[in-house]
Design a protein around this ligand. Structure first.
Ligand code: CIR
Length: 298
């Protein structure tokens, strides 16, 4: 069993998810999905049920571990709750203003869920005119908050987010080019380890993100994997949730991470094929809440 970790990703107490709407086949896609290749509703439901089951197992509180919001047929992309909220501490969060107009309105239900789950201090970005941000652009590693400035997230949104994080946590804006979100190509395993797509976009994004930090701060171990699909992993407590169907080299990288990163003793492969069709990855289908570390409690 690996050593214990202090990462907030190792202290997840609850996840907020949302059911898949039947309208999911009309979800937004940058790839101009041909109708024949639209997500299959029943397959998407089954894949999402399996994903939530992995989260429940990782959290260890049974049904209670995952708070599931009802679907909204008027919002085909509503299962991608990550974009609607950013948790900034065990008790605080930002309820976002999603960067694309057709998705605005998904945020309120997730905000109510967070309040039900014990978040007490919520900053509502929709009260700041012109501020927009998708949670998919926000990577909180535990030491830094990288914020992708993309077609969905602007500097005003980043400034609102800054107010919600504890003052000692640096907020690092990074330009995102040729990608939907920052987290399409980079995710975190803990406060020291990043998983990055070994593509032109992934390499340049991580170079710019780490380059924006001082030399000492930039001490992250970067684990390169084949592409965006493989780079979007979800660490939840002792489990590394990763996509099925990646190449052997990427599976070997996951194995190495599980062996070397403290606190991980299980890798769960999940099928994400239906969500990939509408640009959905693994992190985007949950919002994770976490508890205080023992250090914080002292
Ligand atoms: C969209 O374009 O908004 C959705 N079809 C996909 C959102 C994925 N969100 C995420 O990765 N955080």
């Amino acid at each position: 069993m690996p050593l214990s970790s202090t990462s907030h990703l190792a202290r997840v107490t609850r996840a907020v998810c949302r059911q898949v709407p039947r309208s999911v086949l009309n979800g937004l896609s940058g790839n101009k999905v041909a109708e024949a290749n639209a997500p299959d509703y029943q397959k998407a439901v089954d894949q999402h049920a399996a994903y939530m089951e992995h989260l429940r197992e990782a959290i260890g509180l049974g049904e209670q571990g995952v708070y599931v919001c009802d679907a909204d047929e008027n919002h085909p992309d509503c299962v991608f709750v990550e974009d609607t909220a950013v948790v900034s501490s065990p008790t605080s969060a930002v309820s976002t203003s999603i960067g694309v107009e057709s998705r605005r309105g998904e945020e309120k239900v997730v905000l109510d869920a967070l309040l039900e789950c014990g978040v007490s201090d919520v900053l509502n970005m929709r009260n700041v005119s012109g501020a927009h941000l998708d949670g998919g652009d926000v990577l909180f590693t535990g030491r830094h908050v990288f914020v992708g400035l993309s077609s969905r997230t602007n500097m005003l949104g980043c400034d609102v987010l800054r107010k919600s994080f504890p003052p000692g946590v640096p907020i690092v804006p990074v330009q995102v080019v040729d990608n939907l979100h920052f987290k399409c190509s980079i995710t975190a395993v803990d406060e020291n380890n990043l998983v990055v797509a070994n593509t032109d976009v992934g390499r340049s994004l991580v170079r710019n993100a780490l380059g924006a930090l001082g030399d000492r701060d930039a001490e992250y171990t970067v684990h390169f994997v084949e592409n965006d699909i493989a780079a979007n992993i979800l660490r939840c407590n002792h489990v590394l949730i990763v996509p099925e169907g990646v190449r052997k080299e990427s599976r070997q990288v996951y194995d190495r991470i599980a062996k070397n990163v403290p606190g991980i003793d299980e890798i769960s492969y999940v099928d994400n094929s239906e969500f990939v069709k509408i640009d959905g990855s693994l992190t985007c289908r949950s919002v994770l809440l976490w508890g205080n570390s023992n250090k914080d409690k002292e």
